[in-house]
Design a protein around this ligand. Structure first.
Ligand code: SF4
Length: 237
């Protein structure tokens, strides 16, 4: 069930340094990328940049690249199991030109949507440590700095939720993560929470397609995309 919370402060979206493909701030992750590149020389194995226009009214924040998906292809959620439900849903709601993401150059484009991650580099076991999440937070600030007034942010999971608040200049604990929650932020922006669309969460049905679509219905209402909501009710191709 959606809940609404008023942000206790008026954060200014801080513009951090832009994405840097050569960043090695996190020694553990940089070395892990080196090892992964050696094992998989055909993988991109770099910090994964955001995908989509900087001023898109919807920004989706995930956790981190998956080894054989985004880390391999160099595009968020592309080739990841989590990308199956994400891109399918984005397509259904009119945010993507096709329902499947396989590789950069697959022809997929985002429409009014941007996708990024709280941590840009592949972490071992998909688990970045807190220092790595903090180290990458200035890049997330940069990813969010062009979000227009009245826009929406979708945080996939608690870590993405907390990192988003920090990137906006707010305390990570100022608003609690809850699946289905809608948090009102200054400038008419709203932060929406969803369980991460990971393989584990979808296989265990902690997150079902219907639950995910309900979150996107709420986002469509916030963004005034009633047409997108109507399209979402059409039979899937
Ligand atoms: S996770 Fe972020 S801060 Fe750390 S090395 Fe990668 S790009 Fe740099």
């Amino acid at each position: 069930m959606a809940t609404a919370n008023e942000a206790p402060i008026l954060p200014e979206v801080a513009s951090g340094p832009a994405y840097d493909s050569g960043c090695r701030r996190c020694a553990r992750l940089a070395l892990f990328l080196d090892d992964t590149r050696a094992a998989h020389p055909d993988y991109v194995c770099l910090p994964v940049p955001p995908f989509g226009a900087a001023d898109a009214p919807l920004v989706i924040v995930g956790l981190a690249p998956g080894m054989h998906g985004a880390n391999a292809t160099g595009r968020p959620f592309t080739g990841d199991h989590a990308g199956i439900i994400l891109y399918r849903t984005l397509y259904d709601y009119g945010y993507a030109t096709q329902p499947v993401a396989t590789a950069r150059g697959d022809g997929l484009a985002l429409i009014g949507c941007r996708i990024t991650n709280a941590v840009k580099c592949l972490p071992p076991q998909n688990k970045p440590v807190p220092a790595e999440i903090r180290a990458c937070n200035s890049y997330l600030s940069a990813d969010l700095c062009a979000l227009p007034d009245g826009g929406a942010i979708l945080a996939l999971g608690r870590i993405a939720h907390d990192a988003t608040l920090r990137a906006l200049g707010m305390a990570a604990s100022s608003l609690a993560f809850a699946h289905g929650a809608r948090h009102a932020l200054p400038r008419g922006v709203a932060l929406f929470d969803s369980y991460h669309c990971s393989r584990y969460n979808t296989n265990t049905r902690r997150l079902t397609p219907e639950m995910f679509r309900s979150v996107f219905d709420n986002i469509a209402t916030h963004l005034g995309r009633e047409g997108a909501r109507a399209a979402s009710a059409l039979p899937r191709k």
